[in-house]
Design a protein around this ligand. Structure first.
Ligand code: GDD
Ligand code: MN
Length: 381
């Protein structure tokens, strides 16, 4: 098909690289005692698949990179990237993703907590479900963890819950903190991943809200050798990462809510305090004014660019949808506000109580029910 020999050479090479089905990215820091066992077990598990392993080592003092290079010398399909003067799990993974040539890429830890035998299942699931992302999940039916105390389990579950609250896009998986997952290379190439967070899966989910996500359950094993590098600091970073990956929507939402509260109480005061209007009119009017105010700011700021329908028609439809979502908070606001006023409590205090009670429900319903940040069918770009 090609005339010149150099082009033929390029063609051949492209052909060869396109035959790699699977790239396995393994970030390492001081995993010399684990990497050999891992690569041997991978080669057994992947006998029938063409694959490459990319070890991204941050110049480990224990010489992990050297052990990996020796394995490559023995004929294992291993490439070693030795990063000098650079540290960090997230950036190491992103570097590996960039080097990968396979159609699909699996990211996994080196310490055998992620069983290599699960890798072919991730691949099969990707082919079967045509998913862009397949998460190896501890919390899917059939998955689990070995040797964890109740407290550790509880912390992990709470951390997942926090992801669901702060980053609705993470709801597509039961294990948003997983460090073991498969991703289609063509998807990775479209996203500008940075690896600032060590949860690269979260970054992918946040940046690809339209990507199709599937799961395979697995049991998280005990570390084979060496020790974990992720400590308390990592937990704090995690919360900050969630906020950043969610484009600070949670903080913006609270801020808008605060301004809406002021608007609500101002209208209430004007109608009831100044004009002497009955609470049966003042409370609904205050609610409606602040609701539309909030919607305007959320649409312009909190969820900027997330509205599925542009133009005034879209604006109106979302405004109506937002009302639907606010039915619960409206009911609680009216019942509590008017009820407490009737009981003789100051009407402004009554209104404030109604607002606070309705707030959390409104926040959750907005991200899931109105802007549908978790849905598979939202914006794909
Ligand atoms: N290149 C590089 N640079 N690799 C690193 C670094 C780093 O700075 N820090 C850690 N790693 C490598 C480790 O060598 C290991 O292969 C992997 O990243 C995970 O590190 P661990 O220290 O074993 O983390 P963990 O067991 O506490 O947490 C893991 O499991 C969690 C639960 O699935 C991680 O995968 C988490 O992302 C995951 O949430
Ligand atoms: Mn580990």
């Amino acid at each position: 098909m090609t005339n010149s020999s150099t082009e033929a050479g390029v063609e051949k090479q492209r052909d060869r690289t396109s035959r790699v089905h699977l790239s396995i990215v393994i970030p390492t820091f001081n995993e010399a005692d684990n990497i050999r066992v891992l690569i041997e077990r991978l080669s057994r598990a992947l006998r029938n698949t063409s694959y490459e392993v990319i070890v991204v080592d941050d110049d480990s003092p224990d010489g992990t990179w050297k052990v990996a290079q020796e394995l490559a010398g023995k004929g294992y399909p291993v490439r070693v990237i030795r990063r000098i003067g650079e540290r960090g799990l997230g950036t190491a993974i992103v570097r590996g993703l960039r080097e990968a040539r396979g159609e699909f890429i699996v990211v996994m830890d080196a310490d055998l907590q992620h069983p290599p035998e699960i890798v072919p299942r991730l691949y099969e699931e990707a082919l079967k479900s045509r998913a862009d992302v397949v998460v190896a999940s501890r919390y899917a039916r059939g998955g689990g963890v070995k040797g964890w105390s109740r407290i550790r389990l509880l912390i992990s579950r709470a951390a997942s819950l926090l992801a669901y609250v702060l980053l609705a896009e993470s709801r597509r998986t039961s294990d948003p903190m997983s460090g073991f997952f498969l991703v289609r290379r063509s998807l990775v190439e479209k996203l500008r991943l940075r690896g600032r967070s060590w949860k690269v899966l979260l970054e992918i989910l946040a940046k690809a809200p339209g990507a199709r996500v599937s799961e395979v359950p697995y049991v998280f094993e005990q570390r084979y050798s060496g020790e974990s590098k992720l400590g308390l600091r990592a937990m704090l970073d995690y919360v900050l990462d969630l906020l950043r990956l969610g484009e600070y929507r949670a903080l913006k939402f609270v801020t808008v809510g605060a301004t809406g509260t002021v608007v609500n109480l101002a209208v209430l005061w004007l109608l009831k305090g100044v004009l002497g209007v009955t609470e049966y009119v003042a409370f609904p009017a205050a609610f409606e004014t602040s609701l539309t105010w909030n919607f305007f700011l959320h649409d312009r700021w909190t969820f900027q660019g997330k509205r599925g329908e542009p133009g005034p028609r879209g604006w109106l439809r979302y405004w109506a949808k937002y009302h639907g979502a606010a039915l619960g908070s409206m009911t609680s606001y009216l019942v509590i506000g008017i009820g407490l006023t009737k009981l003789g409590i100051n009407y402004l205090l009554a209104g404030l109580t109604g607002i606070v009670v309705g707030f959390l429900a409104n926040y959750l319903i907005s991200q899931y029910g109105v802007w549908s940040l978790h849905s598979q069918a939202s914006r794909e770009d």
